[in-house]
Design a protein. Structure first.
Length: 270
Protein backbone atom coordinates (compact mmCIF):
# COMPACT_ATOMS: atom_id res chain seq x y z
CA UNK A 1 0.00 0.00 0.00
CA UNK A 2 2.77 2.43 0.90
CA UNK A 3 4.54 1.77 -2.40
CA UNK A 4 1.45 2.86 -4.29
CA UNK A 5 1.64 6.30 -2.74
CA UNK A 6 4.87 6.89 -4.66
CA UNK A 7 3.52 5.72 -8.03
CA UNK A 8 2.88 8.24 -10.80
CA UNK A 9 1.34 5.86 -13.29
CA UNK A 10 0.29 7.62 -16.50
CA UNK A 11 0.51 11.07 -14.94
CA UNK A 12 1.92 13.76 -17.20
CA UNK A 13 5.04 15.42 -15.84
CA UNK A 14 6.81 18.46 -17.27
CA UNK A 15 10.54 18.95 -16.68
CA UNK A 16 12.29 22.12 -17.82
CA UNK A 17 15.98 22.09 -18.68
CA UNK A 18 15.57 18.36 -19.18
CA UNK A 19 18.60 17.62 -21.35
CA UNK A 20 21.37 19.05 -19.17
CA UNK A 21 23.14 17.89 -16.02
CA UNK A 22 20.33 17.25 -13.53
CA UNK A 23 17.40 17.17 -15.97
CA UNK A 24 17.88 13.49 -16.85
CA UNK A 25 17.97 12.62 -13.13
CA UNK A 26 14.50 14.07 -12.61
CA UNK A 27 13.20 12.60 -15.87
CA UNK A 28 14.42 9.11 -15.03
CA UNK A 29 12.93 9.27 -11.53
CA UNK A 30 9.54 10.26 -12.94
CA UNK A 31 9.59 7.68 -15.73
CA UNK A 32 10.58 4.92 -13.30
CA UNK A 33 7.62 5.90 -11.12
CA UNK A 34 5.29 5.46 -14.09
CA UNK A 35 4.90 9.01 -15.39
CA UNK A 36 4.93 10.17 -18.98
CA UNK A 37 7.35 13.05 -19.28
CA UNK A 38 7.44 16.17 -21.43
CA UNK A 39 11.06 17.28 -21.59
CA UNK A 40 11.33 21.04 -22.20
CA UNK A 41 14.63 22.32 -23.52
CA UNK A 42 16.03 25.10 -25.69
CA UNK A 43 15.85 24.41 -29.42
CA UNK A 44 19.22 23.14 -30.57
CA UNK A 45 20.56 22.69 -27.05
CA UNK A 46 23.10 19.86 -26.79
CA UNK A 47 21.76 16.65 -25.34
CA UNK A 48 23.70 15.02 -22.54
CA UNK A 49 24.75 11.38 -22.79
CA UNK A 50 22.48 10.61 -19.83
CA UNK A 51 19.45 12.00 -21.66
CA UNK A 52 20.28 10.10 -24.87
CA UNK A 53 20.50 6.84 -22.95
CA UNK A 54 17.26 7.57 -21.14
CA UNK A 55 15.44 8.36 -24.35
CA UNK A 56 16.47 4.98 -25.76
CA UNK A 57 14.93 3.15 -22.80
CA UNK A 58 11.89 5.37 -22.14
CA UNK A 59 10.64 5.41 -25.71
CA UNK A 60 7.28 7.14 -26.17
CA UNK A 61 7.00 7.83 -22.43
CA UNK A 62 9.49 10.66 -22.97
CA UNK A 63 9.00 13.41 -25.52
CA UNK A 64 11.04 16.54 -26.05
CA UNK A 65 9.54 19.97 -26.74
CA UNK A 66 11.45 23.12 -27.66
CA UNK A 67 11.06 25.80 -25.00
CA UNK A 68 12.85 28.94 -23.87
CA UNK A 69 11.80 29.59 -20.26
CA UNK A 70 12.65 33.28 -20.63
CA UNK A 71 10.12 33.69 -23.46
CA UNK A 72 6.44 33.58 -22.48
CA UNK A 73 5.29 32.81 -26.03
CA UNK A 74 7.75 29.93 -26.30
CA UNK A 75 6.45 28.48 -23.02
CA UNK A 76 2.83 28.78 -24.13
CA UNK A 77 3.57 27.10 -27.46
CA UNK A 78 5.41 24.23 -25.78
CA UNK A 79 2.62 23.68 -23.25
CA UNK A 80 -0.06 23.73 -25.94
CA UNK A 81 1.92 21.14 -27.93
CA UNK A 82 2.50 18.83 -24.97
CA UNK A 83 -1.13 19.01 -23.89
CA UNK A 84 -2.22 18.01 -27.40
CA UNK A 85 0.21 15.11 -27.53
CA UNK A 86 0.22 13.87 -23.94
CA UNK A 87 -2.56 15.48 -21.93
CA UNK A 88 -2.84 17.91 -19.04
CA UNK A 89 0.23 18.09 -16.79
CA UNK A 90 -0.15 16.88 -13.21
CA UNK A 91 3.48 17.50 -12.23
CA UNK A 92 5.89 20.33 -13.00
CA UNK A 93 9.59 20.26 -12.20
CA UNK A 94 11.13 23.71 -12.65
CA UNK A 95 14.69 22.62 -13.24
CA UNK A 96 15.95 24.98 -15.97
CA UNK A 97 18.74 27.17 -14.67
CA UNK A 98 22.23 28.49 -15.21
CA UNK A 99 25.16 28.40 -12.83
CA UNK A 100 28.77 29.50 -12.95
CA UNK A 101 31.15 26.54 -13.24
CA UNK A 102 34.81 26.96 -12.29
CA UNK A 103 36.75 28.35 -15.24
CA UNK A 104 40.27 27.91 -16.59
CA UNK A 105 41.58 31.21 -15.22
CA UNK A 106 40.58 33.73 -17.87
CA UNK A 107 38.07 36.58 -17.93
CA UNK A 108 37.63 36.89 -14.17
CA UNK A 109 36.52 40.00 -12.30
CA UNK A 110 36.79 41.35 -8.79
CA UNK A 111 33.47 41.62 -7.01
CA UNK A 112 33.37 45.41 -7.39
CA UNK A 113 33.71 45.00 -11.16
CA UNK A 114 31.43 42.00 -11.59
CA UNK A 115 29.48 42.37 -14.87
CA UNK A 116 25.86 43.05 -14.03
CA UNK A 117 24.90 41.29 -17.26
CA UNK A 118 26.03 37.96 -15.75
CA UNK A 119 23.96 38.61 -12.65
CA UNK A 120 20.95 39.58 -14.75
CA UNK A 121 21.18 36.42 -16.87
CA UNK A 122 21.06 34.14 -13.83
CA UNK A 123 18.06 35.97 -12.41
CA UNK A 124 16.36 35.93 -15.80
CA UNK A 125 16.66 32.16 -16.22
CA UNK A 126 16.63 30.85 -12.65
CA UNK A 127 13.96 33.11 -11.18
CA UNK A 128 11.96 34.72 -13.97
CA UNK A 129 12.02 31.51 -16.02
CA UNK A 130 10.65 29.55 -13.07
CA UNK A 131 8.01 32.21 -12.52
CA UNK A 132 6.82 32.21 -16.13
CA UNK A 133 6.59 28.44 -16.44
CA UNK A 134 4.72 28.35 -13.13
CA UNK A 135 2.33 30.97 -14.46
CA UNK A 136 1.53 28.96 -17.58
CA UNK A 137 1.53 25.39 -16.25
CA UNK A 138 0.48 26.10 -12.68
CA UNK A 139 -2.54 28.12 -13.74
CA UNK A 140 -3.81 25.09 -15.68
CA UNK A 141 -3.35 22.93 -12.58
CA UNK A 142 -5.18 25.44 -10.41
CA UNK A 143 -8.06 25.60 -12.90
CA UNK A 144 -8.28 21.79 -12.83
CA UNK A 145 -8.01 21.60 -9.05
CA UNK A 146 -4.88 19.48 -8.59
CA UNK A 147 -1.17 19.34 -9.27
CA UNK A 148 2.31 19.21 -7.79
CA UNK A 149 5.02 21.75 -8.61
CA UNK A 150 8.61 21.07 -7.57
CA UNK A 151 11.03 23.96 -7.92
CA UNK A 152 14.70 23.04 -7.97
CA UNK A 153 16.60 25.18 -5.50
CA UNK A 154 20.10 24.80 -4.11
CA UNK A 155 21.95 24.66 -0.84
CA UNK A 156 23.18 28.13 -1.85
CA UNK A 157 19.66 29.40 -1.35
CA UNK A 158 20.44 29.05 2.37
CA UNK A 159 24.19 29.59 2.72
CA UNK A 160 26.89 31.54 0.90
CA UNK A 161 29.44 29.70 -1.24
CA UNK A 162 32.65 28.83 0.58
CA UNK A 163 35.18 30.54 -1.68
CA UNK A 164 37.94 28.36 -0.16
CA UNK A 165 36.60 25.47 -2.23
CA UNK A 166 38.07 27.23 -5.27
CA UNK A 167 41.27 28.86 -4.01
CA UNK A 168 43.43 26.16 -5.59
CA UNK A 169 42.34 27.10 -9.10
CA UNK A 170 45.07 28.92 -11.07
CA UNK A 171 44.67 32.38 -12.56
CA UNK A 172 45.76 35.99 -12.20
CA UNK A 173 42.62 36.70 -10.18
CA UNK A 174 41.07 34.19 -7.75
CA UNK A 175 38.01 32.35 -8.98
CA UNK A 176 35.03 33.96 -7.27
CA UNK A 177 31.71 32.17 -7.10
CA UNK A 178 28.99 34.57 -8.18
CA UNK A 179 26.47 35.93 -5.68
CA UNK A 180 23.79 35.75 -8.39
CA UNK A 181 23.16 32.01 -8.29
CA UNK A 182 22.39 31.81 -4.59
CA UNK A 183 20.35 35.01 -4.69
CA UNK A 184 18.22 33.70 -7.55
CA UNK A 185 17.67 30.35 -5.84
CA UNK A 186 16.77 32.00 -2.52
CA UNK A 187 14.16 33.97 -4.43
CA UNK A 188 12.84 30.73 -5.91
CA UNK A 189 12.38 29.32 -2.39
CA UNK A 190 10.41 32.40 -1.36
CA UNK A 191 8.34 32.27 -4.54
CA UNK A 192 7.57 28.63 -3.78
CA UNK A 193 5.93 29.75 -0.55
CA UNK A 194 3.97 32.40 -2.42
CA UNK A 195 2.40 29.93 -4.85
CA UNK A 196 1.93 27.29 -2.16
CA UNK A 197 -0.28 29.66 -0.21
CA UNK A 198 -1.98 31.12 -3.27
CA UNK A 199 -2.93 27.82 -4.89
CA UNK A 200 -3.19 25.51 -1.88
CA UNK A 201 -6.95 26.09 -1.65
CA UNK A 202 -7.16 25.06 -5.32
CA UNK A 203 -5.44 21.71 -4.82
CA UNK A 204 -1.98 22.62 -6.10
CA UNK A 205 1.04 21.81 -3.93
CA UNK A 206 4.28 23.75 -4.48
CA UNK A 207 7.59 22.74 -2.90
CA UNK A 208 11.32 23.24 -3.37
CA UNK A 209 13.92 20.50 -3.66
CA UNK A 210 17.35 21.95 -2.89
CA UNK A 211 20.27 19.67 -3.75
CA UNK A 212 23.77 20.04 -2.44
CA UNK A 213 26.78 19.34 -4.62
CA UNK A 214 26.26 16.48 -7.06
CA UNK A 215 29.07 14.33 -8.45
CA UNK A 216 29.91 15.35 -11.99
CA UNK A 217 33.58 15.50 -12.91
CA UNK A 218 34.79 17.96 -10.27
CA UNK A 219 38.54 18.11 -9.68
CA UNK A 220 40.06 16.14 -6.82
CA UNK A 221 41.04 19.12 -4.68
CA UNK A 222 37.55 20.56 -4.84
CA UNK A 223 36.09 17.16 -3.98
CA UNK A 224 38.34 16.77 -0.94
CA UNK A 225 37.43 20.20 0.40
CA UNK A 226 33.74 19.77 -0.24
CA UNK A 227 33.55 16.24 1.17
CA UNK A 228 35.21 17.35 4.39
CA UNK A 229 32.41 19.91 4.84
CA UNK A 230 29.54 17.39 4.54
CA UNK A 231 28.35 15.44 7.62
CA UNK A 232 27.54 12.41 5.44
CA UNK A 233 31.04 12.60 4.01
CA UNK A 234 30.66 13.30 0.31
CA UNK A 235 28.83 14.74 -2.65
CA UNK A 236 25.45 13.41 -3.73
CA UNK A 237 25.18 10.69 -6.34
CA UNK A 238 22.50 11.38 -8.95
CA UNK A 239 20.42 8.50 -7.61
CA UNK A 240 20.32 10.16 -4.18
CA UNK A 241 18.04 12.83 -5.64
CA UNK A 242 15.44 10.59 -7.26
CA UNK A 243 13.52 9.45 -4.17
CA UNK A 244 13.09 12.97 -2.78
CA UNK A 245 11.73 14.17 -6.12
CA UNK A 246 9.21 11.33 -6.40
CA UNK A 247 8.15 11.96 -2.81
CA UNK A 248 7.35 15.60 -3.54
CA UNK A 249 5.69 14.83 -6.87
CA UNK A 250 3.51 11.98 -5.63
CA UNK A 251 0.62 11.37 -3.25
CA UNK A 252 3.19 10.35 -0.63
CA UNK A 253 3.52 14.07 0.14
CA UNK A 254 -0.15 14.95 -0.22
CA UNK A 255 -0.09 17.12 2.94
CA UNK A 256 3.25 18.80 2.16
CA UNK A 257 3.36 22.24 0.54
CA UNK A 258 5.47 25.36 0.91
CA UNK A 259 8.38 23.20 2.04
CA UNK A 260 12.06 23.28 1.11
CA UNK A 261 13.49 19.77 1.14
CA UNK A 262 17.28 20.04 1.35
CA UNK A 263 19.08 17.02 -0.04
CA UNK A 264 22.60 18.06 0.84
CA UNK A 265 24.08 15.38 3.11
CA UNK A 266 23.71 17.74 6.07
CA UNK A 267 25.79 20.55 4.52
CA UNK A 268 23.43 23.29 5.69
CA UNK A 269 23.04 21.78 9.17
CA UNK A 270 26.36 23.36 10.18
Amino acid sequence: MTGGLFRLDDQIAVVTGACGKLGPVWVEALVDAGARVAALELAGAPVSAAYKKLKDTAGERLRRFDCDVTDRRSIEAAVEALVRQLGEPAILVNNAGVDQPPDSGGNRSRIDQWPVEEFRRMVEVNLLGTFQVTQVVGARMAARGSGSIVNIGSLYASVAPDQRFYDHLPGDLPFLKSPAYGASKAAVVNMTNYFATLWGPRGVRVNTLSPGGVLGGQDEQFRAKYDARVPLGGMARPEDLKGPLVFLASAASSYVTGHELRVDGGFTAW
